[in-house]
Design a binder for this molecule. Structure first.
Ligand SMILES: Cc1cc2nc3c(=O)[nH]c(=O)nc-3n(C[C@H](O)[C@H](O)[C@H](O)COP(=O)(O)O)c2cc1C
Ligand code: SF4
Length: 480
């Protein structure tokens, strides 16, 4: 366990602010959340191109490792999409990562965006829409998209080891994940990539056919399209300078727009990264590499524990010019630096004890997104990494949107624990403390150990499932 004060111990907004000052962090914090009737900035509608979105809450994509083996949704998958619908958020950003081809799945229970799952995709959308309509009367101002992915280095389409398909050999990640640095059979050829582009276009067409309003071309968290952004050492059209490294993502965006004129395109982007960290039961330590470090996107080459947004901002401008309606700003990867990607006080089983107060990680993401907003003001941006704020999430979200630091605030883990948080806040109800995500990381530890993801500690539905007991045993074994 780490020694950082837990958020629940900060008993007032004043105590929370004092902790931010102690840590030297600048975050806007409102005194109290406002309801929609009181004019909350979070209740204001926003226009994403032609898409009307009824408020400033967004639900981030979150997969559950719980689809059937053929890629069709299980009842657990459908339930999660219903929960997204009843959250009260008006932008459902992708629902979950759906793989564009079976061998591009990150786990054998990942949802597929292939014709074999057309009915399943339609069911996910319909359950989300129906739940929203039942709770809020209309779906006119709700926008729902599907996140499309290829897992690249982290493909695991069957149980067992990874079956990676990588952009280039990465000295630290090859070592961390057991890839032979001389094995070029796992590296994509340019010809393979042309076929992959077609596959993304086909998946987007399918999403359009079943009624999704947009697709999110996933370029974050170490997966394939994110990895290409750091492929400086890759020869040929899809590597080298930023134009080469961004070519795969930008080509997919433009080909999808050409093929599906009525489908909007968004991108989720890891705007910065840092060195991979060692997996351990100790305080997290970065892996070592000689300088300059040229294997990250949004990473300072001379001080790789610091971020450098210059290329990320250039990419945001390119995405805007390519017709992307909005970008969801994320960071890092849950596989090799989870404290950057999803700040938590309790680490997942493949993580390490937090090397910093998780509030530092939250502020890093919020400040990076703010810098992007300042640099590219006319591109709508969604912010990430707010769940660790817990009680004070609504206070910071409201203040950040009011101050124009970000256009919309996305919820990840919080909505697994407490799906109705946005609805409660907008209605002026006090957030229910017992439902607030405390970043126990069970929703990450479970899938790392081949169990479905879910909020086992707080969601009564998961608490009583047989997997809850299995997860307890796994955690006990890890503790030794
Ligand atoms: C169980 C779980 C599954 C996730 N699956 C996805 C995913 O499919 N696609 C994605 O872009 N991010 C995924 N994420 C990351 C979240 O969308 C979000 O970026 C992260 O949890 C940080 O936001 P938070 O602090 O609100 O949790 C997942 C996170 C969790 C905890
Ligand atoms: S398991 Fe629940 S409480 Fe723990 S991090 Fe996930 S959503 Fe939060």
């Amino acid at each position: 366990m780490s020694d950082y004060p837990k958020i629940a111990q900060l008993k007032s907004v004043a105590a929370f602010r004092a902790r931010l000052v102690e840590l030297g962090l600048e975050l806007p914090v409102d005194d109290s959340p406002l309801s929609a009737a009181e004019g909350s900035p979070l209740a204001q509608p926003i226009q994403l191109g032609p898409l009307k979105v009824g408020n400033r809450w967004c639900i981030h994509p979150m997969e559950g490792w719980d689809a059937n083996r053929d890629g069709t949704p299980s009842e657990l998958t459908l339930r999660r999409w219903r929960n997204f619908g009843k959250s009260g958020a008006k932008l459902i950003w992708g629902g979950e990562a759906a793989a564009v081809q079976p061998d591009g799945r990150a786990n054998p229970n990942q949802t597929l965006a292939t014709p074999s799952n057309k009915t399943g995709l339609a069911a996910l959308l319909q359950q989300c829409l129906t739940a929203h309509r039942e709770s809020f009367g209309t779906t006119n101002d709700l926008a729902v998209g599907l996140q499309l992915t290829h897992s690249g280095r982290f493909c695991k389409p069957t149980s067992g080891d990874y079956a990676p398909r990588i952009a280039y050999h990465h000295p630290l990640l090859d070592a961390k994940f057991g890839i032979d640095s001389s094995d070029n059979s796992v590296v994509w050829t340019d010809d393979d990539l042309e076929r992959l582009i077609d596959t993304f276009v086909a998946a987007a067409g399918l999403a359009r056919e079943v009624g999704f309003q947009f697709v999110d071309i996933k370029a974050c968290h170490g997966y394939l399209l994110h990895e290409f952004l750091s492929a400086r050492t890759r020869p040929g059209r899809f590597g080298g300078d930023l134009a080469g490294r961004a070519r795969l993502l930008l080509t997919i965006v433009s080909r999808v727009r050409e093929a599906c004129p009525n489908l909007h395109v968004m991108v989720r982007l890891s705007i910065f990264d840092t060195l991979p960290f060692e997996t351990s039961r100790e305080i997290g330590q970065p892996m070592q590499h000689a300088l300059p470090y040229r294997f990250g996107f949004g990473v300072s080459e001379s001080r790789p524990l610091e971020y450098d947004l210059s290329e990320g901002i250039e990419l945001l401008r390119l995405l805007k010019a390519a017709g992307v309606l909005a970008v969801n700003i994320s960071a890092g990867s849950p596989y090799y630096n989870p404290h950057i990607q999803r700040p938590a006080i309790f680490p997942p089983s493949d993580g390490y004890l937090p090397p910093e107060d998780p509030l530092v990680g939250v502020a890093r993401q919020i400040q990076a997104a703010r810098a992007c907003k300042l640099a590219v003001p006319d591109l709508p941006l969604v912010g990430t990494g707010y769940s660790y704020l817990q009680e004070y999430l609504p206070h910071v979200a409201q203040a950040a949107v009011r101050a124009g630091w970000i256009d919309m605030v996305g919820l990840g883990r919080m909505v697994l624990a407490y799906p109705e948080l946005p609805a409660d806040i907008l209605a002026g109800r006090t957030a229910e403390r017992k439902k607030i995500c405390r970043t126990f990381s069970d929703c990450t530890t479970a899938p790392r150990n081949d169990l479905p993801s879910g909020c086992y500690p707080l969601d009564p539905f998961y608490k009583q499932r047989p997997e809850a007991e299995q997860l307890k045993q796994v955690k006990q074994e890890i503790r030794g």
